[in-house]
Design a protein around this ligand. Structure first.
Ligand SMILES: Cc1ncc(COP(=O)(O)O)c(C=O)c1O
Length: 409
């Protein structure tokens, strides 16, 4: 992202040109940012048998999935560890990953409340599953006795940017609670299931290294009770700095600590295991920008509303999490600023992208850019109020290509 002639440029092209060419609203992804994030993470973990599985729920665009599939983690000497895999949470995501060229051996899966049909699909296609509950473990045992399975563990530790995205702890619906692990082992033995992995995912948007490391330590402590392990999966959750006051994780330092802790564990465990990570947000959030056109400026006695031709139907995070996204006037980056309400075109009062935000006061027809919208943006979008979804475009070095067509009524 750069500024030239007081205008915002994405992947070397002005936001206005992108909108002129591909229409508005528009999701734009900067390819270089996707590559840079992947490399940063891959290089931060020096333990050689590390593998990244992209949590595609963050953004299921097949072109983005393919890009990660082709990126090699240079830090990992093992060829098998180089390709990124996919972490999927629905049969739909598995199917998209397969269509995007990922073989089933490169797909891992976890999800709660699976139906028998979904379980049969996963078994038939030999997808590596982390069972989310004792009930699910038993269902896999009955349908696939003697098979391999891993366990999604809830150590009672949760973290995240908002209570809705904390996925560990006593009140979370996810995972097999730490006090149920003996029962899980008994169940597995009853169906001759081999527990070959342990995974956890404590939550999303974590910027505190300490809690991540504490959760890792807890998982590794319990791992000694499972003699057949092939991998440990630390989940996703690495946050990005959405707000100006947010500090990004020092990945180099965190990665070194993760690697050191894991090496220590391996020594005690007595066998090399693979280390899996399944990040979503960290890889894609900062690459994505939602461009939208100012349709109307409305003044009331209390507020100035900047009304866009998009809204919560295309980026729901502010409405459901009160999430903060930086917003800039891509048509005029510098100019007199004013505190405004940036709102969408949906018939809901929760339809806002920013409240009380200082931006360069736009005029109708100008383009606003909502930043850090690459994760849980398009993938959580809807057709609410019968608005078609925007197109998606990948931009790099002055070139842009469409990676998903705009929907039509
Ligand atoms: C099981 C699991 N793994 C990975 C992720 C990715 O999380 P993040 O985007 O915070 O990295 C999620 C997100 O909800 C998840 O539920």
């Amino acid at each position: 992202m750069t500024i030239r002639h007081n205008k915002l440029y994405l992947g070397g092209i002005s936001a206005e040109t992108l909108v002129r060419k591909f229409g508005s609203p528009l999701y734009v992804y900067e390819e270089n940012a996707l590559r840079a994030q992947y490399r940063k993470l891959a290089r931060s973990i020096t333990y050689p048998y590390t593998r990244i599985f992209y949590a595609c729920k963050a953004n299921t665009n097949p072109e983005i999935m393919k890009l990660f599939g082709h990126l090699g983690a240079r830090a990992t000497p093992k060829a098998s560890a180089r390709r990124a895999g996919i972490e999927a949470v629905s049969v739909g995501e598995v199917k998209i990953a397969r269509r995007a060229g990922f073989p089933v051996k490169d797909i891992i899966f976890t999800c709660d409340n699976l139906t028998p049909e979904e379980i049969k699909y996963l078994i038939r296609h030999k997808i590596a599953v982390s069972a989310d509950s004792l009930g699910q473990l038993e269902k896999f045992g009955r349908l696939n006795p003697g098979g391999k399975i891993s366990l999604r563990v809830n150590q009672g530790i949760g973290a995240g940017m908002h209570s809705h995205i904390i996925t560990g702890g006593r009140d979370s619906k996810f995972g097999i609670y730490k006090t149920q692990l003996d029962e899980a082992r008994r169940l597995a033995a009853r169906y001759r299931l081999r527990i070959t992995g342990l995974m956890q995912h404590i939550g999303s948007g974590v910027l505190d290294e300490k809690i991540y490391l504490r959760a890792m330590h807890a998982l590794l402590t319990v791992a000694h009770k499972f003699p057949d392990l092939e991998f440990i999966n630390l989940g996703g959750g690495i946050g990005i700095p959405y707000r100006p006051e947010h500090k990004p994780l020092d990945l180099k330092s965190t990665g070194a600590k993760i690697s050191e802790e894991f090496r220590g564990f391996i020594k005690a465990y007595g066998r090399e295991l693979k280390l899996y990570l399944e990040p979503g947000r960290f890889l894609v959030a900062e690459s994505g920008i939602l461009l939208a056109t100012v349709a109307e400026i409305k003044k009331t006695p209390a507020h100035t509303f900047v009304g866009l031709n998009t809204g919560m139907q295309h980026l729901i995070r502010p409405a459901i999490y009160g999430a903060y996204h930086e917003i800039v006037n891509a048509s005029r980056m510098r100019g007199p600023k004013k505190k405004v309400e940036v709102v969408g075109n949906i018939c809901e009062s929760s339809d806002f992208l920013a409240r009380g935000r200082e931006i360069t006061l736009p005029r109708e027809g100008e383009i606003l850019a909502t930043l850090n919208a690459g994760a849980y943006g398009y993938s959580m979008s809807s057709n609410y109020n019968s608005h078609p979804r925007p197109a998606e475009v990948m931009a790099r070095a002055g070139r842009a290509r469409i990676i998903r067509k705009r929907e039509r009524i």
